[in-house]
Design a protein around this ligand. Structure first.
Ligand code: ADE
Length: 354
């Protein structure tokens, strides 16, 4: 096994950059350094092929030429522009992030890896890609394709699905990024896409690293990368609370990013709480419990997560009406709840009591 710093020497990096500059595909998002355009391309390219993205990218920018325009686009237009690309939460997150950029950054994406990371839908890879390609910041952008390239170059049998492996390689790669950070990021992407691909024989003769690559030398390109079997879903234990008085029920608004983003839910806490622990918790969020009854348990299965829920029916007197700022709870009349609030089906077992 070789280390990243032994591969990405000054000479190795300059061979990679020369190779990229001579062989890159002319893609629409490579004709620009506009951060918005680069951001949009990176979001569209997640889980989607380059050829499929091209027409969507052009149409989207025509309909929505600025971040302000995206922030204000009606939701149905947004969905229409994304129709056929799939993974629609990408589009919803993109728009939420655009609204944040308008509200907090004057409509310009921040030139900072950490601040990019704080925006909806921008994870480590995407923040690294935008920061390096649009702003020339020397941070790595490591997706599954780059992990494959790094595993083969090093001859590493480490499991690339392990966060610790990615973290170690991020740090090592971060230390060798040249001044031309954007070209470096794109070169690594291009190498993974056009030379060191996931299926079939890689085109080692065309690779700028061919004499240094451990997998090429030791005929390991078939065996690498090592990827552990798909993980079982993560199980989360929750205690769901049906908190109500005569005709109102407490709802909580979920955060704007992530699972069930922005939806109203029945209040719930991590873990399976004992009934004895409940009154103190309820008081802390503004409710005085009058009676607490255990309801049946239930399960809900998402693609990556399982919720194992226990639940309590809590009768209360409330010290507030409407919205309770401190706890983020809303007291909503039951008829209003049924007519106007889309409670996620994960709570179906308990919603039927209302
Ligand atoms: N996949 C992810 N980012 C890409 C980019 N900038 N160019 C080509 N393919 C990509």
């Amino acid at each position: 096994m070789k280390e990243i710093r032994e591969l990405f020497t000054e000479q190795g990096v300059s061979q990679l950059l020369n190779w990229y500059r001579a062989n890159r595909r002319a893609l629409p998002w490579r004709q620009t350094r506009d951060p918005y355009h680069i951001w949009l391309s990176e979001i569209m390219l997640q889980q989607t092929r380059v050829e499929a993205v091209k027409p969507y990218y052009a149409r989207f920018l025509e309909a929505c030429p600025t971040i302000e325009a995206l922030a204000q686009l009606p939701a149905e237009r947004l969905m229409k522009l994304w129709e056929g690309l799939g993974y629609y939460s990408r589009a919803r997150n993109l728009q939420k992030a655009a609204q944040t950029v308008v509200a907090q950054y004057g409509g310009q994406l921040p030139a900072s890896y950490e601040e990019l990371l704080g925006l909806c839908g921008i994870g480590e890879y995407t923040a690294g890609a935008i920061a390096s390609i649009a702003f020339g910041i020397r941070v790595p952008a490591i997706d599954g394709n780059v992990l494959r390239v790094l595993a083969r170059l090093q001859g590493s049998f480490e499991d690339i699905t392990q966060p610790a492996v990615k973290k170690a390689w991020r740090e090592a790669l971060g230390a060798v990024i040249p001044e031309a950070a954007g070209d470096f990021t794109q070169a690594m992407i291009e190498l993974g896409a056009t030379v060191c691909g996931p299926n079939g024989e890689p085109k080692c003769a065309a690779c700028p690293f061919t004499s240094a690559c451990v997998a090429a030398k030791e005929h390991l390109t078939d065996a690498l990368p090592v990827r552990a079997a798909k993980k079982a879903r993560r199980v989360e234990q929750k205690t769901v609370l049906l908190i109500r008085d005569g005709d109102r029920t407490a709802l909580h608004k979920r955060p704007d990013c992530g699972l069930l983003a922005g939806l109203f839910e029945l209040p719930n806490v991590e873990g399976h709480l004992d009934a004895d622990a409940l009154p103190a918790y309820l008081r802390s969020i503004g409710f005085e419990p009058l009676r607490i009854e255990r309801l049946e348990d239930s399960k809900h299965i998402f693609s990556h997560i399982e919720w194992h829920m226990i639940a309590y029916d809590v009768r209360i007197t409330a010290e507030f009406d409407g919205f309770h700022g401190g706890s983020g709870m809303y007291l909503v009349r039951n008829e209003d709840l049924h007519a106007n609030y889309a409670i996620p089906s994960a709570f179906a077992a308990y919603k039927r009591y209302l």
